[in-house]
Design a protein. Sequence first.
Length: 247
Amino acid sequence: MTGRIRTVKPDFFKHEGLHELGVRSGFGPLIRVAYAGLWCQADREGRFRWRPNILRNEISPWDDVDFESLLEELRAAGYIVRYEVGGESYGFIPTFPKHQRPNHREAESQLPPPPGHEPAAGAEERPGMPGQAQASPGTPGGKGTGTGREGNRELEVEGEPSPPARDGGGSSSQPRRRSSLEWDQSVDLMRRMGFDEDTIERVERCSLDAIDLYRLVRDVHDNRRVKNKAAYLVGAIKAIERGEETR
């Protein structure tokens, strides 16, 4: 594997969701190290080969860590996706294509896209982005590297660790939520639960901040007793909003 230059904002290290995952899983700060390291191992579309031992040697060579279990924790929390095409295992970082802008000289992805994932918004700005997500065999990726100027659209998680309400809330919360990692993860989880786009748009218009919304969506996703998860989520959001209005 050949590493690529990526960008990260200082506030990434204060990201609450990754901190909670590190505590909950027992991996601690290594969760953040591994997640950031995957950006450097992923190609320009956020895809990488799911090879835990090799990834460990590239990302965390000096740590005594079960990297396969660590990857599984990131996958279960929705930060990465694992998929198989033609008998090969691959990984995908859902928010990567939307927020990272690789150098134009970086080689195009030669790995198959994850089934069910459409190209990210803004993909028309990057030549070589597949028109439709589909599972098809691929070949090893190229060895392109960045120049350190890829930060025009770096992952918003690093710059949005705090809920919008802390600096005034109001109508400004929606665009902030749209650009946060938690919002992207919420959308990804809703799509994995089979929510239609109308329901996702209804959820998008709610007043919850990004972190609270992600926690709620994750709880609904993990609750096996709930049959109609879409209706349950919408109802829970309405109940929370009614409670806020009566304060």
